[in-house]
Write a protein that binds this ligand. Sequence first.
Ligand code: AHM
Ligand code: MG
Length: 336
Amino acid sequence: HEADAHRTDLMTITRHVLNEQSRHPESKGDFTILLSHIVLGCKFVCSAVNKAGLAKLIGLAGETNVQGEEQKKLDVLSNEVFVKALVSSGRTCILVSEEDEEATFVDPSLRGRYCVVFDPLDGSSNIDCGVSIGTIFGIYMVKDKDNVTLDEVLQPGSNMLAAGYCMYGSSCTFVLSTGSGVNGFTLDPSLGEFIMTHPDIKIPKKGKIYSVNEGNAKNWDGPTAKYVEKCKFPKDGSSPKSLRYIGSMVADVHRTLLYGGVFLYPADKKSPNGKLRVLYEVFPMSFLMEQAGGQAFTGKQRALDLVPSKIHDRSPIFLGSYDDIEEIKALYAAAV
Ligand code: AHM
Ligand code: MG
């Protein structure tokens, strides 16, 4: 029976990626190995997040516990785990993490062709109250691993090979795109494996939810203010949209992918480039949105066409359902 097949035929991430790679005979399994190291990092963070209260992992970096050991804040710990897992995979050459001011250039003896940009634990202000947080990543590939410069990662998001996130929520969910659609996997803790639970995610063409930090409204520009006003007081006879804002990008984007609608972190007078980081927040989420049939826009252009000039650059971002983003684009086009 169909139902039985679902229960006994477990599509793990590794199996899924191997299937995808088999369509590229030239591939030597390097991507599968790289991804398994990212997945390992996510499993570690998932278990650490679940134990955060218990293990007293929460605390300021540099504080010492009763044994006199240094306590690391969860985001610092997560970063170390990802950096070590990625370096030891032997498949990476440059790493860019939100936690590290400088990019990491992998020692030539361990170098591979992939660059990974990531935010190891995004939304960390939500840790202490148990709200969902996540890891976000994007992957580029270099031509010549023996000759790499920072320019390899200062590239438009459309050059990414793959992107994804892992959400540490009521369950642990891994969402991935390697450029041919988006798939979601849920961690089965008893197996320690992510099993495909959300094949071929497509975002609804139009949604009923908007998601934004409205506390910044007094500093918004005209088109953003007009759009949010429209969400609340539609003039075309449609129902107002619902507001949902978690304040964890991974959770807000995950809901947007599944239910549709828009997530925005616009520019405002205080932060003319918004808050979110181009390389490891805006790009991976924009990549996933487009792969799921939605759009990602900066207020000026397609988000994936941005070219960052520094690794920690920020950009305003509007992402979500195709039709909803069209409305935002029209408001920005009318404003110039
Ligand atoms: P962080 O990288 O310092 O955790 O900040 C990123 C987070 C995102 O997850 C979220 O979308 C945004 O900050 C929320 O910002 P705000 O609190 O300004 O609404
Ligand atoms: Mg972040």
